[in-house]
Design a protein around this ligand. Structure first.
Ligand SMILES: Cc1cc2nc3c(=O)[nH]c(=O)nc-3n(C[C@H](O)[C@H](O)[C@H](O)COP(=O)(O)OP(=O)(O)OC[C@H]3O[C@@H](n4cnc5c(N)ncnc54)[C@H](O)[C@@H]3O)c2cc1C
Length: 286
């Protein structure tokens, strides 16, 4: 197995163009598990750890541009203010060791329906920056990025460079159900982001469909019917929860039953909307 170790982004793109079958490695918390269990035996590994810029984040055109190699720990320690939903999700990932090594770009690269960063990225309307030597940069909205179980819009010669997320303008929440409190892959999860300036609410459903996905009809309901100056109507919250559950398409598997997941999505949707709405009203009153 070849081990490629570029030190610049340009060299990394050139290596991927030269050997599209080379598997990128950032934290290795997914890749190394697959290799250790012999689920994957790639002809080459493309180690991105020497490309320092991938571990950095910056404000670019009003959005946080989070490098693909930024770890969950960095998100928690440095980005909880502008990206509270993503930081909440990051706190639920694995253990401290996994949060130190595991990256947002690695979660996107794996594109697991259960990946914890996906629901908050969907709810916030994030955009994934990918690049290839041949075709340059593509900006892919998160809602168009996930194509199937562990399949994404990333082409074989492309690498993920960053994800762009606008700083929160309203409350955001992430909720995850697991079989225990730590070191657990989600049975299902849900993220919500209030965008008060646009009178809009974003959603993200995790581990309850072949891909992470939004609940567009539930978002539309709130766009039409929410009164942004009034207490939350419990009947409206209930209809929102039903539409979120209807957007899910889960399966029975070792982590949970499909029927349980549908029920849980409704519960998490109603709860997170209520938490976010209470915060929203408190901020208005302050
Ligand atoms: C014990 C344990 C617990 C875990 N718990 C959780 C959890 O609670 N929640 C959760 O969501 N995940 C969890 N995971 C999975 C994993 O930690 C996450 O998916 C993490 O985000 C992967 O990041 P990484 O940098 O380690 O990725 P890697 O393993 O390096 O890569 C993952 C995938 O992304 C690709 N990739 C990496 N970087 C790029 C790039 N720049 N461009 C293109 N492709 C790229 C790789 O080729 C690979 O396919 C856990 C894993 C372990 C081992």
């Amino acid at each position: 197995m070849d081990f490629l170790r570029p030190t610049t982004w340009e060299d990394a793109l050139a290596a991927k163009a030269d050997q599209p079958e080379a598997v990128p490695v950032q934290g290795g918390t997914d890749v190394m598990v697959e290799i250790n269990f012999d689920r994957r035996r790639p002809p080459a590994l493309l180690d991105l750890n020497q490309v320092a810029e991938l571990r950095e984040w910056a404000m670019v055109d009003g959005a946080c541009r989070v490098g693909a190699g930024v770890s969950y720990t960095t998100v928690i320690e440095e980005l909880a203010g502008p990206l509270p939903g993503l930081a909440q999700a990051a706190r639920t990932v694995g253990s401290p060791q996994i949060r130190n090594r595991g990256s947002i770009g690695g979660n996107l690269g794996a594109a697991s329906p259960a990946g914890d960063s996906h629901p908050p990225l969907l709810a916030a309307g994030a955009v994934v920056e990918v690049e290839s030597l041949a075709r340059g940069v593509r900006m892919i909205p998160a809602a168009e990025y996930y194509l199937g179980v562990k399949r994404s819009a990333l082409e074989p010669d492309e690498l993920i460079r960053a994800v762009h997320v606008r700083p929160a303008t309203g409350p955001q929440y992430f909720s995850k159900i697991g079989t225990r409190n730590a070191m657990v892959i989600a049975v299902c999860s849900f993220a919500i982001a209030l965008h008060p300036g646009e009178r809009r609410v974003g959603t993200g459903i995790g581990s309850a469909a072949p891909t992470p996905r939004r609940a567009p009809e539930a978002e539309e309901l709130l766009a039409q019917e929410l009164d942004w100056g009034a207490p939350l109507d419990p009947a409206l919250a209930g209809r929102f929860a039903e539409l979120c559950a209807a957007a899910a398409a889960p399966i029975d598997d070792v982590r949970g039953a499909a029927a349980y997941r549908v029920h849980a999505i409704a519960v998490m949707a109603r709860r997170t909307l209520t938490w976010a709405w209470n915060d929203h009203l408190a901020r208005r009153a302050a």
